[in-house]
Design a protein. Sequence first.
Length: 589
Amino acid sequence: MDMNSRDQQLDELRTLILKSQSEDLSEAETIELNRLIHLPGGAEEAARLVDQLCAFTDIGSSNFLSLEEEQSGARQDSHHTAPPAFNTAAFPEPATERSRPVAASRPNRPQAETHSKNWTRAYWLVGLAASHLVIGSFAWSLARPAREVAPIAMQTAKVKPPQIVSMTACVWGHGGNSVPTLGKPIHQGEVLNLVEGVAELKTGDGTPNEALVRIEGPASIFIRDDGQLGLNHGTLTAKSLGFGSEQVSIITPIGLVSVDGQSYVGLVSLGDSHEVHLFSGRAFVRPLSTYGSSDVRLEEGDAVRLSTGTEMDSGVVLFEASMASFASARSNAFDPLSLDEKYVSAVLESSPDIYWRFEGLEGSYPQHVKNEGKLPDLHALVVGNPGWRQYRGNRVAELGLTDAASAFTTETLWPSKPLDNYTIEAWAKPQLYHHGEMICLVDPLERREGRHDQALLLETFAREWFYALKVLGPNRIRFNHRTPPSGVVLDGTNLVSEDPYQVRVWQHVVARKSGNELSLWIDGNLAAQQEDEAPLPANMKILIGQIYPTKNYRPYVGQIDEVAFYDRALTKQEIRKHIRASGRLVDFD
């Protein structure tokens, strides 16, 4: 079977699964579905789609029902009792403003027998697809898990061990004591390393310390002697279900966070930046004495950031709490980027100087990604240990998921002369809202202690990351053009996207200079525009994934693919032609 025929059949498989969301499949369609899922790669493709259908998000809402309760409500509205494996009523759709729903909601049916019959036909699909998922859990728990009896010592101490009550399709990393299981107690001293996905734990069940905690990968937590949690790194949200003062406490890298009963809090600990967001109730942050900060009392709507680095933005910063910081609950497998030769041909027709596809590594140490553009020596050299993810016939680079460096750079400098016209193009899927360098051009001359000046930055921007940058708006994509190169944060011309970028969704990003006009394009639409007469400086080092060549600082966390550099300004028509060649459905203004 050739690749085009195989891809077409896998698309038919996805179409039939999605169709089952809105109507019963006919007998012929059920037979065809049975055939398609047994094709090579069929079960894996079904598993990927199920992962998407099982995704959820809390954007724009401070409601924090347990997922189990959310699903119970959905089941109470249902007209049948069969397990709703592909029912979007049981799996809330992502609520991001620009998200495209994977499937329509299922309409009410007067005939429970018909609905149940259709489920019976497709029930085997779940088991077969699940057997091909190399993940901790295939889907959400749709019924209360059976509780295991805690050890005698734990019962005597009246400490209830936490347990996972629901989770997305999760990937659990090495280093933990065990692979978490729905309904199984997690005992003191255990460490949970969540690589991707979202897991919900209940702690202190039946006690004044009861809480629902959602951790979002990548994250690492540990279970304390009192059954409460410690956060090593990552993101979590917690709702205290008890009553009274400081009922729930979480140990973090910067100290203790105590939360009153009936309060809702979010914690972020990434690198040197640690944040506490209070959405309702009251909380206290008690930093470690080594950080020299006094206790911070938070009221509803407050947030605090404590930066522990030595940069100019270190110290305690108070700002407004943001639910958007905890928006994503999709796994990294959500929204696959499947590109074929049609897309490659469209890019090559535009004659890029540099075109990196990340399909494989070549050469000896350091290995490199081959340049498929017209300049033969500008390969992307591997820095550290980047990860990889395969989407059907397309492989992408996955950066920033560990503390180690994961980036790409060049030995040969670009451009060879100052440019009044240029274009930088890439597909990017940020994993979370953060300040990270997708692509930058830096002066090869080291200024001091591994620092270099920058001539261009294309980055995911965080919420109020640095005081001087507050004017640029939170959670946007930023394009910064600097002539001459500079290390001063607001030097040059800054273009910031009008809307926040999407988390764990692929976006086509273009930074362009055409004469005196700088422009930023997101998914083929103009996102920002300014004037700057200065050309792009010549002989810069290209970096992907971090801001300095030899320092793992301000890493980009997410996936990136199809990076191209041009010594001219692509037209709007060319930009949109590339997007159409990708086969993705994008609305152009």
